[in-house]
Structure formats: C-alpha cells, structure tokens
Design a protein. Structure first.
Length: 762
C-alpha cells in the first residue's frame, strides 16, 4: 500500500483503529491482525475529501465526510450510507432512534427524523394535486405540468402528457365502476386512459359545436347517462362526443357522485341532489350549506368532505350525521377502508374509526404529519394500498410504510425527579409542583398529556402544560399517573408516588388518642343524659303518684262523709214517713251517682255530655234532699259538640258541691245554682258556676272553727289538680273565684269562672 496522509480524525475503539484519509478509510484490527482499506470512490463515488469525522456507538461506527454519513458494523461491513446536504453534513451523527443530526458553524444544528429517512419521496418541489391507482397503475396529476405514471421498473414517475399553458389545475383522476371507465380531468382537457395513453374527449353540444373543455371538473355515469360538472353547471349526455346538453345552469359546482341511484352535486354552496330536473337540498340542516371539497359514496352512506367543518354523511333516508372530531378540518380526499375513513386534510392525514352504533361519536384513531414522513402537513390527496400510504402535497409525493415499527413505538415520558417517591411535610405540603417531559426531539407538538391523582381523581384530566400543581392535599399516600399519547394513539403511563406527611395531630396515634377522648366524652355525656332521663322519669313517676293521690283525694272529697251521711239520713227520713217510692227513687239516684263517680274517676278526660249527666244526677239528689229550697239551671251553648268536646274529669262536681253545701245550705231563703257552658273557639271554652248563697267570705267565717275544715281541704285538692293539669301541656285552665258582694253589696253568693284551653298533640 502506498504511503498516504493520515487525517487527525482517527478513532480507536475496542481492538479496532479507524483512520479517515484523503481518499478513503483504513480499518486496523489488532486482534486478527487485519488491515482493511475502503476508498471513498468505492463507497460513495467521491474521489477525495478535505474533512472528516469518526464516531463510535454501542451499535455501530459512524464516519462522516462532506455530503455523506456512512454506518459500519463491528465486522467492518457497511450498513447504510446517507446522502446529506453538503452545507450541513460536515459534522453529522445518527442517534439511537435513527435520527440524523447535522451541524456546522454557519447553519447551526439540523435534524432529519428517522421517519423521513425511511420514507420515499418523488417529484419533490412539484405541486401534486391528485393521485390514484387505475388498472394497477399509479397516476399523479401535477399542477401546470400534466399527468404522470409510476414505473415500478425505474421506481420513478414519467410524464404522460404535458400542458401547453399555465395554471393547469388537476381536478380528477377517477375510476367509474358503473361505466368501467376512468377519467383524467384537468383545466385544460378531459381524458380517458386507453391503451397505455391518455385520450382526450371531444364534448359537443346539441348544435354539434365543441363545448369549452376548460370547464369540465367532474364526471359520473348513471342510468346510461354522463353527468358532467362544468364551469356553467351540470351537463347531461348519453354520448359526450356526439350530443350533450347544459342541463342545469349553476356556477360554483365542483363534484358529482351517484348515491342510491341518484345524482348528487356539490360545490361552494353545499350539497344538492337532482330531482325532477332540479337541484334540491336533502334537508334543512345548516351543514348542507358549507362549501364541499370532496364526495365519496358507499352502499349505505354518502360521505361529504367540507372546507373547515370536517366530515358529515348522508344515509338513504336523508338523515345527516356529523363526525364531531373532524371539526376544523378541510378535507381534500376521503378513502374508506372497511370500517375506517382516511382523510387528506390541511393539517395532515387522519384515520377515523366509524362507530356503527353512533356515527357522530366516531373518533380519530391515527394521524400522520410531516414528523411521520409527509413532505408537509397540507395534503392535497392520498392513496392507500395494503400498508403503504401515498400523500400528495404542494412540494411532492411521499410514500410511507404504515407498518413501520416506528409508528407503534410508545413515546418516552419521565418525571424531573431523582426518586419515584416524594415526601412532603410542613409548609411544603401546601403547594406541590411536579414537572414532567417527553424525550422526543421530533414529535413534541403532536403529543397530548393527561393526568390523575389517585385515589383523589378517578378520571383523566387533560393538561396543556408539563407542570402540575397541587395544593392543600390531605395527609396520605397519593399515586400521580401521567399519560402521554402520540398521534398514533400510542400511550405511555408513568407513576410517581407522593407521600404527604401529616402533622403530629394528624398522625394515627393522635387520631386514636382523640378518638378515645371523644369516646370518653361521649360516654360521659351519655351518662349525664341518662341521669337526666332517670330524673325526669322519677319526676314523672312522682307526678303520676301525686295525680293518683289527688284523684283519690278528689274522690274522697266528692264522697265526703257529709254528703253520704246526709244522703242516708234523707233515705231514712223518707222511709220513716212511709214514703217508700220517694226513698227508692232517692236510693236509685244515689247508687247511679256512686257508679258514675267510680267510672269517671278512672279517666283523665270525659265529654261534656258525660259531665252534664254527672252534674244533673248529683243536683237531682241534692234537690231531693233540700226539696224546694234548692234550684239549679244548666245552660250549654249550641256551638258545642257535647259528644266530642272533652273536659277534665271530676273537676266541676266538687265546685258545685261546695256551692250547695257552703253557699245554699246556710241560706234561709231558697237558693239557685247556675252552671253555664260558653263556646269561644274550637279549642277554647268557658264555664261559670254561680250561686246566690251566703258567699265565700261568710262561708269562710262560718266554718273557720270547723275541725274538719272540709272547705279548705277540697279547695286545696282542686288547686293542686289544676296545677297538675296546667303542667301536663294538654290543658291550660285559668281559675277565678269572687264573692259577688265585693262588687255589688246588694248581691250575695259566689261566682267561679274556669277558662279552658285544650292543646292538641301533633
């Protein structure tokens, strides 16, 4: 080997040395004592170079010379050679993800994504408007240039025709299955593809004159007729080269399609269908007025691409379904593959999964952008065959392998922390900040992030930032999950554990202590309440005992010895006078009264009717005893329902008895007792007991020295019973007693007034 100048760009890695020379590369294997020389002309066809650089990675050896990056394996076999821009290739490097980095002092750092390296590109820097495959041949339409066909032999496109004027717009490359024809339509002419060449169609009108061919934009064959869109409207013909008619005059139409054996046309003012030789709207939906950019018909639906509103579809019942996730997209092409739609839009290529149960809930499941290998996101047209996507744009045609493992690779996600568990205590708990990021230099703008904080949040929350803030979290262990999703719906979820340390009073020991203290306080309070309840029960029992005692005292006062003694003397008196019938009558009334006493004394309340029966029975007995000296009058207001209105039992009889024994009895003249029942309202009434006897004052003076003191005992029992009734909350009874002589000296006797107010329990 001749002597060569060795550049200072050399590298020793493991047991191999690499040297880049002016005209090639030397590999020296010290283990096998092998020297290999590869010239640049042999490798890339370059005679020599004036600059070079070497890199060694765990996977390969990379040698960079101007315009090229060469990758060698450890067996010194070349793996791949990349052709790079000359001005950026002085220092280039392929990273572990297959991306190529390039740099120089003038242009800075540039990056070529691996997806673009693996994609294939054709007709670069040329505007491609349409692409389609017809008869197993791939065709494209280039603005101002014409139609091109792909040659698999040369892996390149060659021109079929050439426009002879500027502004040559391409409208359609279309296969009509109904006629088994194909249409190549541009602003300059309308062609069919026959015998491997384009044949222009000469359309003539009914005057046998050639129509201005510059206006044809779309063609559909249905029911033995051609329906053609032109600049002026809709043309119909059985044979365009012989006879055609401008059927409907309308500007702005761009597309025509057959669906459910009918012709649909669309353009700048939306979608129409042909009926009775007129164009009509399928229904009144506002979506039908949006500018249409593409039509596709299937057996069940007519898919309509719009300018800025995405996709809607029409079924055979003219019902509109709007694919909400496509809102904002200008759709240039629609392709249906089984249950999926592929869309060429101004933002890239999208794949939609149709939801058969609810079409409007169909979702975007995949997307492709310039970071995936497109030449640009603004895509004019697409064609899909097996796992290959062809995307036409204003700067050329991209061919992408959809099965590339790169599109299934999950995005990287990491937290900007050194551990997977973070501790927060004291003031740090009040404002927790977590930062995360994704290691992707190419695809950052197409990543979406969401998070949830378990167990606090069950649903995912989307976030536009990569900094999460949490404040005032309760002390416990939390699991923060962050999810990153790329445009291919690949997801990565990372977890970070947040341990919010409690204050001393929030610890388990403190909580147990507080719980025990609370339990003791509760038990103490429970004991106090129980004591209060016991006291109330004892008080109630005492009260019931007093009531029972008072009832017995009242019964004894009502059955006082004077009354019984006088009654028996009266019976004896009638018998001695041989007045047997009168004594029997007296004895009968007396026994009846005794029975009523015993019956009513066991009840808390009786009706006014029962009270009247008791009073009348008692007064009749006293009248028999006093004969003509005693009279009485009982009056009841008609507003009373005497059978329903209640009154405390055995309350009036002792008062009436006092009036008889202490008022009328000591009077020389005849006396009268007046008992009056007055109705006030449904729960209030008044009872007055009035006599014209000697009065309270004289009665007290007369019996002041009495050893039995009957009056004072009966009055005391009456007052205690009234107090107990007022305490019962069932009755409120106001009691007044006056000597009538105190107000009028000409009058004698006593007036007792009782005001009853009954409280009904709810």
């Amino acid at each position: 080997m001749s002597k060569r100048k060795i550049d200072n760009q050399g590298l020793v890695y493991n047991h191999i040395s690499y040297y880049v020379l002016e005209k090639g590369i030397i590999f020296i294997d010290f283990k096998d004592y092998k020297v290999i020389y590869k010239s640049f002309k042999e490798l890339v066809g370059v005679e020599d170079t004036n600059y070079s650089r070497c890199f060694a990675t765990r996977e390969n050896i990379q040698i960079c010379i101007p315009g090229y990056l060469m990758i060698f394996d450890y067996q010194l076999s070349i793996q791949k050679i990349y052709v790079l821009p000359l001005n950026l290739s002085n220092k280039s490097f392929k990273d572990s993800k297959g991306n190529i980095w390039m740099t120089d002092l003038a242009n800075g750092i540039s990056l070529i994504p691996n997806t673009q390296i693996q994609a294939s590109y054709y007709l670069q820097n040329k505007k491609i408007q349409k692409i389609n495959k017809i008869d197993n041949q791939l065709f494209v339409g280039l603005t101002d240039r014409g139609f091109y066909q792909f040659s698999s032999k040369n892996s390149s496109f060659y021109q079929l025709n050439e426009f002879n004027r500027g502004n040559g717009e391409i409208y359609q490359i279309k296969e009509d299955t109904g006629k088994s024809e194909n249409y190549f339509i541009s602003a300059s002419n309308y062609y069919t593809f026959k015998n491997s060449k384009l044949t222009p169609c000469n359309i003539k009108d009914y005057l046998n004159k050639q129509i201005n061919l510059l206006g044809i934009k779309d063609v559909t064959f249905l029911n033995n007729n051609y329906f053609m869109i032109c600049s002026s409207g809709l043309i119909v013909s059985e044979n365009p080269e012989k006879y055609s008619v401008l059927f409907i005059n309308k500007n702005g139409l761009m597309f025509t399609e057959s669906f459910q054996n009918n012709i649909y046309v669309a353009g700048s003012d939306g979608l129409h269908f042909l009926e009775n030789n007129k164009l009509k709207k399928p229904n009144k939906n506002s979506l039908l007025d949006v500018s249409v950019t593409n039509l596709l018909s299937s057996k069940k639906n007519l898919f309509v691409g719009t300018d800025g509103r995405g996709i809607y579809l029409l079924d055979n019942k003219n019902k509109i379904y709007y694919l909400k996730e496509t809102d904002g997209l200008s759709v240039q092409r629609i392709i249906q593959k089984e249950n999926h739609l592929w869309l060429a839009t101004q933002k890239g290529v999208y794949k939609i999964k149709l939801n058969k149960e609810n079409l409007e809930q169909s979702i975007i499941v995949d997307a492709f952008y310039d970071t995936d290998g497109l030449l640009q996101n603004n895509t004019n047209d697409i064609y899909i065959e097996n796992d290959v996507l062809y995307a036409a744009s204003d700067v050329g045609l991209a061919k992408i392998n959809l099965a590339n493992p790169l599109f299934k690779k999950k995005p990287n996600l990491y937290f900007k922390t050194q551990t997977d568990t973070l501790q927060y205590q004291n003031e740090a708990r009040d404002n927790i900040t977590i930062s995360f990021a994704s290691l992707d230099f190419v695809n950052q703008e197409h990543l979406s992030y969401s998070y949830r904080l378990l167990p606090l949040q069950k649903k995912w929350t989307k976030t536009e930032t990569k900094i999460l803030n949490f404040s005032n979290l309760d002390p416990k262990q939390y699991t923060l999950e962050v999810k990153v999703t790329d445009q291919h719906n690949n997801q990565t979820i990372k977890k970070l554990y947040l341990n919010v340390v409690p204050e001393w009073w929030q610890t388990t020991v403190a909580k147990v202590a507080f719980g025990i203290l609370s339990l003791l306080l509760f038990l103490g309070l429970l004991k106090i309440i129980k004591t209060q309840i016991t006291k109330k029960e004892e008080a109630k029992a005492q009260q019931d005992k007093r009531i029972a005692g008072l009832e017995l005292q009242a019964l004894r006062s009502q059955m006082n010895p004077h009354f019984v003694h006088n009654s028996l003397n009266a019976i004896q008196y009638f018998i001695q006078r041989n007045e047997v019938e009168l004594s029997e009558n007296y004895l009968s009334k007396f026994s009846q009264l005794i029975r009523l006493f015993f019956e009513y004394s066991r009840r808390q309340n009786i009706t006014i009717k029962e009270e009247l029966e008791l009073l009348k029975n008692y007064l009749e007995i006293e009248k028999l005893r006093f004969e003509e000296k005693l009279n009485y009058t009982i009056s009841v207001c008609e507003a009373f329902d005497v059978e329903e209105q209640l009154i405390p039992s055995m309350l009036l009889q002792p008062i009436v008895e006092n009036a008889v024994n202490h008022g009328i009895f000591h009077k020389k003249e005849n006396g009268t007792i007046y008992v009056t029942f007055k109705y006030i309202n449904e729960n209030t009434f008044e009872i007055t007991i009035e006599d014209n006897g000697i009065g309270i004052n004289k009665s007290k003076a007369l019996f002041k020295a009495s050893s039995k003191n009957y009056q004072s005992n009966s009055s005391k029992v009456l007052q205690e019973r009234l107090d107990l009734l007022n305490l019962s909350k069932e009755w409120t009874i106001a009691y007044t007693s006056i000597d009538k002589s105190e107000k009028d000296s000409t009058k004698t006797g006593t007036l007792i007034t009782l005001l009853f107010k009954q409280h009904f329990q709810s």
